[in-house]
Design a protein around this ligand. Sequence first.
Ligand code: SF4
Ligand code: SF4
Length: 219
Amino acid sequence: MVFHNAGMRSGIECSLCARCPRDRIRGCCTISPVFLLADIGYFLNNGGDEFVNDLLDSPYVDISADQLMVNAIDPSSEASPGTSQVRAASIAPFSHLSHPKTCRFHHPEVGCRIPMSYRNMVCRQFLCPGVKLWKDTRARRWVDFWLYLQEEEIRRQQLLADKCAKQGFSLLARRHECLRLVRSMYRDLQPAPRLPDGYPEMEILVLKPTGIPGAKATN
Ligand code: SF4
Ligand code: SF4
């Protein structure tokens, strides 16, 4: 388990996910990830213009006024050429598993194809209850850190959404103006308000994954 303290884009890595005992093809990446204006503001200020444009142009993305949802792939119904077909074929032998869908960014061999800093808040911090991370006393001291980040992310999203709404901009109407405002407002939000003290840039913890059927301890 690795905690990365990278300000507002901090995240948690878990080595068990690469050989997830729950679903070894997709792990828990069965969702349709949502990117908020707060994520978009980060992308636009960190070389992600193309990523934002790709999301906005994609037929697989549901666009709302203040967020983008990347629809998960349903391997049983989607057999279009390209990556989805490859992925559908890889998943087919496991179609008996309880979750038929898979996140569009997930690759059966390499896991998430987008870097940690580009993942949304849920994906950067999510670990299934089976990992039992927060029962470990060494990990518990990080709880306040993640809670702070979640609250700050919600505050930023609200701020950006409110300002856009007041100006009559959104991802649906007057999008160009919306993106320009989000880019400049996000830049002005830097640096993040003081993060909780006492957390190293990186901390590695070795845990025994006892909570998931079939999991073997790694230490
Ligand atoms: S968080 Fe849990 S369910 Fe998700 S991939 Fe990791 S081990 Fe698997
Ligand atoms: S964006 Fe990455 S981490 Fe999030 S669900 Fe998709 S594959 Fe998993």
